[in-house]
Design a protein around this ligand. Structure first.
Ligand code: IPE
Ligand code: IPE
Ligand code: MG
Length: 226
């Protein structure tokens, strides 16, 4: 029997690094560094939480609007993170997946990601990272591909989304108190449960995810029925 109280696919909009740094009188870059630490701790602990897929919003297609220095900091953190954590992913059976227009990132990052995808292909739990991701672009491009195949239906569009091979989205969490989706997983969120928490991303610990999963288990999902 399927355990309906278990979230198989959880996605997180990791927001609030800048405000975390500001509150502490630190540079934004330090907020982003501490954000990476929060990611690392979370990824280490999800294996025990019964989640099959964790999807993290790391860089949106709109985040290019930020000052060049901040974009560079974020890209450098990405480089460092892949280098330092890839062996751990492989050891812990984490299958890395990238969603978004990641082929449009710097060529060295694309090469690192290709290598990381290859090395982790055999993993049993998925860590999907959204990089240069925008949901409206994803849906438009999936619809265009569906049209080219001659059949535009909900199923044929879904089959062309980045998430086609992932379980349906169960729970979408956003940190930092903002209550908006910022162009993340708009299609996939149709019947996802939502959790908006005030914690700023660098302070988000595995216990916070545990709490969100406990709350999720108490919810009644109706999908329009009764
Ligand atoms: C989230 O933190 C990280 C990214 C969007 C890359 P922010 O940088 O958006 O932090 P706030 O929202 O300004 O606090
Ligand atoms: C969403 O956060 C994107 C990521 C967390 C990567 P933003 O900070 O970019 O969203 P807005 O601008 O507040 O909507
Ligand atoms: Mg933000």
């Amino acid at each position: 029997m399927t355990d309906h109280s278990r979230a198989r696919h959880v996605a997180i909009i990791m927001d609030g690094n800048g405000r975390w740094a500001k509150r502490k009188g630190l540079p934004r870059a330090v907020g982003h560094q501490r954000g990476v630490e929060a990611v690392r701790k979370l990824v280490r602990s999800v294996g025990d939480m019964g989640i099959d897929c964790l999807t993290l919003y790391a860089f949106s297609s709109e985040n290019w609007k930020r000052p060049e220095e901040e974009v560079d900091d974020l890209m450098n953190l990405m480089r460092k993170f892949i280098k330092s954590d890839l062996p751990e992913f492989v050891a812990n059976n984490v299958r890395l997946k990238i969603i978004g227009d990641w082929q449009g990132l710097a060529p060295d990052i694309v090469a690192m990601l290709e290598d990381a995808l290859e090395q982790t292909a055999g993993g049993t739990h998925t860590l999907a990272v959204a990089l240069n991701y925008g949901a409206q672009q994803e849906i438009a491009s999936a619809a265009a591909k569906a049209a080219a195949s001659g059949e535009v239906t909900e199923e044929s569009i879904a089959a062309h989304l980045y998430t086609a091979d992932l379980p349906p989205l169960d729970l979408l969490i956003r940190t930092s108190g903002e209550v908006r989706l910022s162009n993340f997983l708009l299609w996939q969120a149709a019947y996802a449960e939502m959790a908006f928490v005030d914690t700023l991303w660098p302070d988000f610990a595995p216990e916070h995810l545990h709490q969100a999963l406990d709350d999720f288990a108490q919810r009644e999902r109706r999908y329009g029925g009764r």
